[in-house]
Design a protein around this ligand. Structure first.
Ligand SMILES: *Cc1c(COP(=O)(O)O)cnc(C)c1O
Length: 266
């Protein structure tokens, strides 16, 4: 279970147990870090797991789905139209008819339990800092960081999707549920999406390669690479107060590299 996904899953797994559920069901794209993590969590903590994947089946399975299957996840595909409606009661009802009772984890794993789990990241950081940064897919991780900071430092998210101003509302409503509604020291930068989710260009890929060869820290261009690029770029433009300590939260995602290099070869 890599990166931020453990923190997002931790209290959900507990809640599934409290509700007496033995099956986890969730949604994701074919290369999803979340799908990978839920499959691993199911295996480690003895839950059955079902992954509802966007689109059609492609064989052989890509490295993400093949890992998921090897960890016991049942894989099921929804075409893109049905996938878009996955949160509608009629689709959930169909899934219940098909698979029986399950604990439903939303796509990306973000809910109030995920926010609680991510808030604990803050207490694990034992160095002083002024800013903490993370990439944002749904904003659940950022909401957790903000809630854990409790107004003390500034949390800055970097949207990895295009046109993602809705993320600010997502984070705001997640904070509302966790009593963090009054916390104001946070923002989401929308400028470093590089064309959209999972889109990259040579500037970003060059940056990620240089970052990794310079620091020896493996990273990837879909989440952490965009955040790191954003931090360096903002720093060069004087965005951060001089002398600031900036924490970049490495949220993981390295499992996606295999699938990425496979797709490049096509
Ligand atoms: C899922 C994921 C994110 C996004 O987290 P959200 O809580 O959805 O904003 C960021 N980085 C990596 C590597 C991820 O896998």
């Amino acid at each position: 279970m890599s990166g931020n996904k453990w923190h997002k899953l931790k209290y959900n797994l507990q809640e599934a147990k409290n509700q007496g559920k033995d099956t986890l069901l969730t949604f994701g794209g074919a290369y999803s870090n979340h799908i990978y993590a839920v499959a691993a969590a199911g295996k480690i903590f003895n839950y059955k797991s079902i992954g509802i994947i966007r689109g059609e089946e492609h064989l052989p399975l890509n490295p993400t789905l093949s890992f998921a299957k090897d960890n016991g996840m049942k894989i099921y595909y929804l075409d893109r139209t049905a996938y878009r409606e996955k949160n509608l009661p009629k689709i959930i009802y169909e899934l219940q008819k098909k698979f029986g009772d399950f604990y439903l984890l939303p796509e990306g794993g973000t809910n109030d339990f995920a926010v609680k789990g991510c808030s604990e990241i803050i207490s694990k950081i034992n160095i002083d800092f002024d800013y903490i940064c993370c990439p944002c897919g749904t904003g659940g991780t950022l909401a957790g960081l903000i809630s854990g900071l409790n107004g003390n430092k500034f949390a800055l998210g970097f949207a990895v999707l295009k046109g993602a101003s809705f993320l600010k509302e997502n984070v705001q409503s997640l904070l509302q549920n966790s009593n963090g509604n009054s916390l104001k020291k946070w923002d989401i930068n929308l400028d470093y999406h590089f064309g959209g989710y999972a889109r990259t260009d040579s500037v970003l890929l060059d940056f990620v390669n240089r970052f990794t060869s310079h620091t020896k820290i493996p990273t990837e261009p879909i989440y952490t690479g965009k955040m790191l690029f954003g931090i360096y770029d903002l720093a060069s433009k004087g965005f951060f107060k001089e002398g600031s300590q900036i924490i970049a939260l490495h949220t993981g995602g390295l499992q996606g590299l295999k699938g990425l290099s496979e797709r490049r070869k096509l």
